[in-house]
Every structure is written in C-alpha cells, then in structure tokens.
Design a protein around this ligand. Structure first.
Ligand code: FAD
Length: 386
C-alpha cells in the first residue's frame, strides 16, 4: 500500500524492524499465559532502552520515540491488543516517569524490569471510583521507625493479578488537600498483600485486571517515592505520560484492521461490482486512514517533545487533548471497520472482527474524557472545577 501517513524514515524503519522481529515470537504466543507472553515480547527489547544485537540502526531516535515504535511494531506483528496495552501502560505510565524521580540505585533495586522478569502495575483506582483521587481511602500510617503501615484496597488495576511491584497511591494525611497523598513502591509478595483473580472483562481481554488488598502491610521508609505528600505531583506526571502516549498501543491494531478492511473492500463483490467501487465505502476507508494519520502524528509528536526534554508539567493540556482525540478517532475508526465488515465484524476468527469495547474503554482509562475536557478548559483559563 502507498502509505500516506508515514513519519520520518527512521521511525518507519524502526516500526518495520520491530514488526519483523516480533512476527515469529507473536506467532507462538497464543498458547502461552500472560507472563510468558510478556517475557517473550519483552525479550525483543520492547521495554528496554538498549537495543538488542541485530536490531536495525535507530540511533537517531530518542528513547521515547523508540518506545512508541516498539509498541507500534509489536501491534503490527499481531501481538494481542491487551498485551500491547499493558506494555504501553508499564512503559509510559511507570517506567519513564519513575526513572525521572528515582535515583539510579532505587531504579535498579526494582530488578529486571526491561527484560520482562519484573512486572509493574499502577494502583490508583478504588472500588468507590477513580476520577477523584483525593477521595481515596487506602492509607499509609507512619511508624516510629520511619516506615509505614499500608491498609486498603485498590481495584481495576491492569496486571494486578500477575504483577511483582505496584506503585500505590495512598493517603498519608486526612482531607482533600493537594498534599494528602503519597506514592509507594510495594512488593506484592510482602506479608499482608493479597490479590484477586483476574476480573472477567469485555475490553482488552488479554490483559489481566484485578484488585489488590493491603492488610496492615509494613513498608520500609525507602518505599516512599519522593517526599511525603508528593502523590498528586507524581500522579500528574504518570497520567500525563499515559495520556500522551498510552494509546500508541492502538496504532498496530489499527493498521492491521485498515489493511484487512481494504483487502476485503477490494475483493468483495456487491451489486455486480467490487464493494470498494462504492463511493460510500471509499469514503469510510479514507476516514479510517485519516484517523490513523492523526493518531500517529499526535503520538509521535508527543514522543518527540518528551525526547526534546519538554517537562510533563508543560504538557498536561496537550496530553489530555492527545488522549481525547485519539480515543475518539480510534472509536470512529472501529465503527467504520464494523460497518464495512458486515456480520463478520462480530464473528471471531473472521479476520474482520471489529472490537468496539477496546476503543470505548479508551474514553475511561487514564482519566475519563469528560473530565479531561473539563481540565483542558481549566488549563485554558476557564473558571471550571470538577
Ligand atoms: C482498560 C482499563 C484499564 C485500567 N487500568 C487501571 C490501572 O492500571 N490502574 C488503576 O488504578 N486504574 C485503572 N483503570 C481504572 C481507571 O483509571 C478508572 O476507570 C478511571 O480513573 C475512572 O474512574 P471510574 O471508572 O471509577 O469512573 P468514575 O469516577 O465513576 O466516573 C464515571 C463517569 O462519570 C462522569 N463524571 C464523573 N464526575 C464528573 C465530572 N465532575 N464532570 C464530568 N463528568 C463526570 C464521567 O463521564 C466519568 O467517565 C483502568 C480502567 C480501564 C477501563
């Protein structure tokens, strides 16, 4: 296909290279459990900033852009959407922001994150709700020795049933003031931690999601990330990274759906002619290409700014706009695919399945789009609160 949505040659080469290397690995994933899938795909260098031997030269790309190409590449190779999502969530929502705030020693104490041996999760949401973090009930009480006791329950956490370490946001002071929360890195093998079975869910079904219970878990003083009361500041950083880049997980699946839909519209016969000869069909295909173009431009634009060193606190509004725009484009893209696939859009293994739940979920995670609209307007100067 004559792709009109190309980025720079180095970006395209890096995506193609990852897709090519991921292809044989992805082909064998179907029978593996999530952790084995994670290890196998991480072994390609997806989560690490050092390139494994044999990888095509992509030295001119910054680490954030390289991470986006890697996530797009595994999606192009057909890695399950839930796995791509969970990897993007760890890379952008945890690895990058934590490396900005942890010392080199504290980062390496986490263990072998980049090669997939150690899996992280981001535990913010509670059963009572996720949009209003200052309403959380999970709390960490300080002990005389400087450590903490963590008590509470987090829910709807991606990878919670299988993760090794959680970044947990907990209340260290009462009330709803900006310094009421603190972040902790919690070893999920510690006494007092238990986890639920995976929640059966309808979106991103390949990524396990669940709850974490903390029953008077003793935390050493150095498990706190940064200063006491820095929870909201770190949360702003992790969510800005996520809003700006998490949806790079969708690029590979979108490209595959577009390619399949074009092939279908080109071959399917309708009313004595090929389906793609209809102007309405052609218009939908163009709208799908337009959505993919916009998504790629926004994501790689955000990655380029982060690689240039633009700080997350300067990107909060743009990251929210990026997330809203891509979530909406991904949904409308998938609606076109569902329309063009006909009944096959709803049949597994048809090759034309169009899963509307995945793009719909994008309007909820990393901040519901409605609330992001409010925060964008506030960032633009409107006197509007949540
Ligand atoms: C696929 C997926 C993965 C997830 N992974 C994680 C994870 O790894 N870790 C984690 O901690 N959480 C995770 N979550 C949870 C997610 O962070 C929360 O769903 C999100 O923060 C919203 O919280 P909520 O679902 O409780 O919605 P609620 O807070 O109940 O809000 C529901 C809706 O109410 C409306 N609303 C409420 N108040 C307002 C207002 N003031 N103005 C306008 N509209 C309003 C909005 O439309 C909003 O969408 C995940 C969610 C999904 C779908």
């Amino acid at each position: 296909m004559n792709a009109t949505f190309a980025q720079s040659p180095s970006i395209e080469a890096a995506v193609d290279d990852m897709a090519l290397r991921a292809d044989p690995v992805v082909a064998k994933l179907e029978t593996s459990g999530f952790r084995d899938q994670w290890r196998a795909v991480a072994g390609l260098g997806v989560l690490g900033d050092r390139q494994p031997p044999g990888q095509q030269e992509t030295g001119e790309l910054g680490p954030v852009t390289r991470a986006v190409t890697a996530i797009e590449g595994i999606g192009r190779a057909g890695a399950p959407a839930g796995l791509c999502y969970a990897m993007a969530s760890q890379w952008f929502g945890l690895q990058f922001p934590l490396r900005d705030v942890l010392s080199g020693q504290a980062w390496s104490d986490l263990g072998a994150v980049a090669n997939g041996e150690v899996l992280l999760c981001h535990a913010l949401t509670e059963e009572g709700g996720g949009s209003d973090p200052l309403a959380m009930e999970t709390r960490a009480d300080r002990l005389d020795d400087g450590g903490f006791v963590l008590t509470g329950r987090k829910a709807y956490v991606t990878a919670a049933p299988v993760a090794d370490i959680a970044l947990v946001f907990a209340r260290t002071s009462p009330g709803a003031h900006p310094f009421a929360l603190s972040p902790f890195l919690v070893d999920l093998a510690a006494p007092g931690v238990s986890r639920s079975s995976p929640f059966p869910k309808t979106a991103l079904v390949d990524a396990p999601m669940g709850a974490l219970d903390f029953d008077e878990v003793r935390l050493p003083a150095n498990s706190m990330v940064g200063e006491e009361g820095a929870g909201l500041a770190l949360l702003t950083a992790t969510t800005t990274w996520e809003r700006g880049l998490l949806l790079s997980y969708a690029l590979g699946p979108m490209r595959r759906v577009l390619d399949r839909t074009i092939a279908w519209a080109t071959s399917r016969q309708h009313f004595g002619r090929r389906m793609g000869a209809s102007h309405l069909v052609a218009g939908r295909i163009s709208d799908m290409a337009l959505a993919l173009l916009r998504c790629r431009r926004l994501l790689y634009g955000m990655a380029e700014r982060l690689d240039r060193g633009v700080r997350t606190n300067q990107l909060t509004v743009d990251a929210a706009l990026t997330k809203i725009s891509i979530a909406e484009d991904y949904l409308s893209f998938t609606r076109h695919a569902a329309a063009l696939g006909g009944v096959r859009a709803f049949i597994e293994e048809s090759g034309l399945t169009a899963d509307l739940a995945d793009p719909m979920a994008a309007s909820t995670y990393a901040g519901p789009n409605d609330l992001l609209r409010v925060s964008v307007a506030r960032g633009l100067g409107l006197p509007v609160q949540n």
